[in-house]
Design a protein around this ligand. Structure first.
Ligand code: COA
Ligand code: NAP
Length: 275
């Protein structure tokens, strides 16, 4: 079966789009012919991504460096993208930070850092983008995580932040539907060769344990997540809004069980690095 979705003459904005899953999403929309803009903190990562998007076939590509924790910088950045590329047809908000740490061992600032990036960063992006979303027709996608609805040891900060992200998604679907704006969350499972997966399963043994727990028998890849975003960004999904959609090979139908415990055990008995 050949499936082609054409995003030519569409503006796609990917916040946190310069590595891993989000970059895979940006490149997928570039291959579909969109004008693609990305943003993250590192100018080097932005420049590298813009070159890749152009090579992948984007109608136009641009990138900006800013931190989602700074609402004024986010507002200025999104205004610059709108001035260059026009109203946003698809907005993906996926900037995030994570590290495993038990709540009792974590400083208040460590907890707050993840809340500030994942949760406050999301609302900064939503508020700054709102005036620039195409009406009717825009599709907003927040990149969430299984921690939003499953507790994991060592992840209190991420669980709290991503649960909030999904409630932003669900609430804004009520507020924005009358204007013809859709909004959904996409929840990646364990995605191979990404920073997020490396931080939670840093050894081959841990990864093997993850793999054994995935009903489909493999880790996900960035294209699995990008394809779901392509669908949600397209008119095929015109009646889908306010949803939290997992792309995880059915992993989380098992619950967090062993995987949540694995992170706690790793923190209490760190793997030896001297052997
Ligand atoms: N365990 C416990 N606390 C940690 C930690 C860890 N592994 N890593 C950072 N922290 C704490 C720091 O000690 C600091 O707290 P303190 O001021 O009380 O000492 C706080 O978190 C902020 O750390 P800092 O390094 O100043 O934050 P930053 O803004 O420079 O970076 C992070 C943010 C920590 C989230 C960093 O890991 C990052 O930039 N991540 C982006 C990439 C990523 O996480 N990818 C996976 C996405 S799922
Ligand atoms: P990643 O490669 O570290 O990507 C994070 C992106 O966000 C990078 O582009 C990073 O670029 C940017 N970023 C981080 N902090 C930022 C900030 N304060 N302001 C602006 N940009 C910032 O991680 P990933 O593993 O691919 O994760 C991507 C998304 O998927 C995240 O939302 C994560 O929660 C979610 N997720 C991942 C997995 C997984 O298996 N990897 C599973 C479930 C959910 P800079 O460093 O340049 O800022």
């Amino acid at each position: 079966m050949t499936i082609t979705l054409d995003f030519s003459d569409k503006t796609v904005v990917v916040i946190g789009g310069t590595s891993g899953i989000n970059r895979g999403i940006a490149e997928r929309f570039a291959r579909a012919g969109a004008r693609v803009a990305v943003a993250s903190r590192s100018q080097d990562k932005v420049d590298d991504t813009v070159a890749a998007l152009t090579a992948a076939g984007a109608e136009k590509a641009m990138g900006l460096a800013f931190d989602v924790r700074d609402p004024e910088a986010v507002a200025a950045g999104l205004a610059a993208i709108q001035a260059a590329f026009g109203a946003f047809d698809v907005l993906i908000s996926g900037a995030a930070g994570n590290f495993p740490a038990l709540a009792a061992d974590m400083s208040v600032n460590a907890f707050k850092t993840v809340i500030d990036i994942d949760l406050m960063g999301t609302i900064h992006v939503m508020k700054a983008a709102y005036p620039f979303l195409r009406r009717p027709g825009a599709s907003v996608i927040n990149i969430s995580a299984p921690q939003a609805f499953l507790p994991y040891e060592g992840q209190a900060h991420v669980c709290a932040a991503k649960a909030g992200v999904d409630m932003i998604t669900r609430t804004l679907s009520l507020e924005w539907s009358p204007e013809g704006i859709r909004i959904n969350s996409v929840v990646p499972g364990y995605i191979a060769d990404t920073e997020g997966a490396r931080r939670l399963a840093p050894t081959e043994k841990a990864l093997e344990m993850v793999r054994r727990n995935i009903p489909q028998g493999r880790l996900g890849n960035t294209q699995d997540v990008a394809n779901a975003c392509l669908f949600l960004g397209s008119e095929l999904a015109s009646y889908v809004s306010g949803q939290v959609i997992s792309v995880d090979g059915a992993l989380y139908q098992r619950g967090s069980g062993q995987l949540g415990q694995m992170i706690g055990q790793m923190l209490r008995n760190p793997p030896r690095t001297d052997t």
